[in-house]
Design a protein around this ligand. Structure first.
Ligand code: CMC
Length: 374
């Protein structure tokens, strides 16, 4: 049971606490949405100010946390780094974390939302050998993430409002999606009473897979491989070939069988960002639009109700911002933290919730005996 997010896959509806995703993406901000997901209501102006102040209070990384990064190879995948660093936060806050104490649970949740941009940004700046900038509390959440990703410590960083809006939208659209693989992983880990930072680290691990959050990276690799619209038919043929494990990345969804409401919003953002940079004729966008059109008319995809999902266009937006492909899923992880934390809090609000145990259908051997050598 959950009261956080509602999805109607047939109708293409996604509601956070009752509010349609399209309205939130247009009018709200990520931090406001995080408050909505965590507490069930949009904040009043005063609640928003207090919530933001608490996030600001907790958004610095402990200096010893930063030293973990040096243990990784500099070409390590950012998701590998994030699984490790977020899990390692357990070691910093374990003693002040009593799972039965509501206030302590809230602080742990806010710490995670607050620190995630710095954790993700550091996994990028470490890989390119650039010193990490501190959070800037005069900026909103998305702009702050941008300045930590792209700003140089030696000079001012001017936030581009079009990029900030696009990043904010990506964060809102990915903030929650009910019982997906990573959220269920967080809830299952939480049910044992495990440390929240370790639970979220488990969620990051689950998100990483190409069938889940890792798809945005794979979409871009696929579009680059296709390269030109005339190569699309070959790719479609491969996706339909049952002897080939290749799938059209960014297509299909376990729940949405008509359209993914998030993909419409992100498609608009992609066009806005590319036009802003004067890349409205980006060949990758051209390939993406053409691929979408061809697949939407193809009997194979129509019969199986395979439509573009949120990841189909999010990679194009993130690439236009200047992020390398391996950071795409890390940005998804930053966004989904609000959802994971809200589910973790919801689970613990019910004091009677015991440890979960998926039921197994045993398909192995019946009883047999160890062969004793004579
Ligand atoms: N390309 C080609 N065929 C596909 C695809 C695809 N992307 N997706 C599903 N199919 C086919 C599949 O081969 C099967 O055909 P048949 O009935 O002939 O055996 C049929 O459609 C049903 O597939 P399924 O695997 O049973 O469907 P599912 O609901 O278990 O899978 C999915 C959902 C998202 C894992 C799958 O559609 C997929 O692998 N898509 C590509 C990866 C992707 O874009 N993932 C991002 C999901 S949205 C963001 C997120 O949730 O993280």
């Amino acid at each position: 049971k959950s009261a956080i997010t509602y999805v109607d896959g047939e109708a293409g509806v996604l509601l956070y606490r009752g509010y349609p995703i399209e309205e939130l993406a247009q009018h709200s901000s990520y931090l406001e949405v995080a408050h909505l997901l965590m507490f069930g209501e949009l904040p009043t102006p005063q609640q928003y100010t207090e919530f933001q102040a608490t996030v600001h209070f907790h958004n610095l990384l402990h200096a010893q946390v930063l030293s973990f990064y040096h243990g990784f190879r500099r070409d390590a995948h950012p998701m590998a780094v994030m699984v490790g660093v977020v899990g390692a936060l357990s070691a910093f806050y374990h003693d002040v974390m009593d799972i039965r104490n509501q206030q302590q649970r809230l602080i742990a949740g806010i710490r995670l939302i607050a620190k995630m941009p710095a954790i993700a940004a550091a996994s990028y700046t470490y890989s390119i050998g650039r010193p990490q900038r501190y959070p800037n509390n005069t900026l909103d959440y998305a702009s702050n993430l941008l300045q930590m990703l792209f700003g140089l410590p030696s000079s001012e960083y001017t936030v581009d409002p079009v990029l900030a809006r696009a990043m904010d939208r990506i964060l809102i659209l990915h903030a929650d999606h009910e019982q997906n693989a990573s959220t269920s992983t967080v809830r299952l880990a939480a049910s044992s009473g495990a440390n929240p930072f370790a639970c979220i680290s488990a969620g990051i691990a689950s998100l990483w897979g190409p069938a889940h959050g890792g798809a945005n990276e794979q979409v871009l690799k696929m579009l680059m491989e296709i390269g030109r619209p005339e190569n699309i038919p070959k790719t479609i043929a491969r996706a339909k070939d049952k002897n080939d494990s290749f799938r059209l990345m960014g297509f299909g969804h376990r729940i949405y069988k008509n359209f993914d409401p998030r993909s419409r919003v992100i498609q608009e953002s992609a066009k806005e960002v590319l036009a802003h940079f004067g890349h409205a004729n980006d060949p990758l966008l051209e390939v993406a639009v053409e691929l979408e059109q061809i697949a939407l008319k193809d009997e194979y995809f129509v019969e199986r109700k395979l439509y573009p999902n949120v990841d189909f266009y999010s990679g194009i937006v993130l690439r236009a911002m200047g992020l390398p492909m391996n950071m795409f899923t890390a940005i998804f992880a930053v966004a989904r933290t609000a959802g994971w934390v809200s589910h973790w809090l919801e689970l613990h609000q019910d004091a009677s919730h015991g440890i979960d145990r998926p039921r197994q259908l045993y398909v192995g051997h019946t009883l047999r005996h160890y062969p004793i050598k004579k």
